[in-house]
Design a protein around this ligand. Structure first.
Ligand code: CA
Length: 231
């Protein structure tokens, strides 16, 4: 899990980073709204902790612009202000939850866990693309009559490719999300799993293939059958 902390009070930001570490989350910390927006737009976070009163863009503006850019990462807003109007404003801007400073550490961690869990629950139980479907409960990958069950890491790689269909997913992103930031996994681990998955797609006779863009990453595409030339 990766968390983006946007908080201008340096000591509080550091406390938050330590708390995220307890959950084994990797955190990036920035201290102003514009940096927060830029990092958030990279779109590779599982959660954003967002202060409201920030230099430059405030937290409301950051949340609104992230949502306008279709970044759906859960946002937990943190503020010293305790006005109901602020809370409504925050939620209207696209925040998922709201906490008032000073906050109780246990409560913060509970809310963070709830938000990162919820992200998984938004996903439908079955992810599909073209003739291919992946059952997120049984980890079965199916095409027509054929079906096989994926191992855990294969499943995670396939799930990320399907969730991000239409865009290229970088090797580093796969390593971070599947193996975790602290892991020793390297590029060739990813290559091995991509190769397993390609064999399985081929066994399933699926038209969906995993394409590689050198130095960029992987994406799913439908391999179209050659069109018959019309007379
Ligand atoms: Ca602040």
């Amino acid at each position: 899990m990766r968390v983006l902390i946007i908080e201008d009070e340096v000591r509080l930001a550091e406390t938050l980073r330590q708390l995220m570490k307890e959950l084994l989350y990797q955190a990036d910390v920035v201290h102003n709204g514009q940096d927060g927006l830029d990092y958030g737009l990279a779109g590779q976070y599982d959660l954003i902790l967002l202060d409201v009163m920030l230099p430059g863009l405030d937290g409301f503006q950051v949340a609104r612009q992230l949502r306008a850019a279709r970044i759906s990462t859960p946002i937990l807003m943190l503020t010293a202000r305790d006005e109901v109007a602020d809370k409504i404003n925050g939620l209207d801007c696209g925040a998922d939850d709201y906490m008032t400073k000073p906050f109780d550490t246990g409560e913060l961690l509970a809310r963070v866990r709830a938000l990162t869990r919820r992200q998984g629950e938004i996903l439908s139980d079955v992810l599909t693309m073209g003739d291919l479907s992946l059952d997120c409960n049984s980890h079965a990958l199916s095409c027509g009559e054929r079906s096989l069950r994926l191992g855990f890491k294969e499943y995670e790689v396939m799930r990320l490719l399907l969730v991000n269909q239409g865009s290229v997913i970088a090797k580093e992103t796969l390593i971070t999300k599947v193996w975790g930031m602290e892991s020793e996994a390297e590029d060739n681990n990813v290559e091995v799993y991509i190769s397993f998955l390609r064999k399985k797609l081929s066994y399933l006779n699926s038209k969906v293939v995993i394409s590689t863009i050198r130095k960029a990453g992987y994406f799913l595409e439908n391999s179209q059958p050659q069109e018959e030339p019309s007379c």
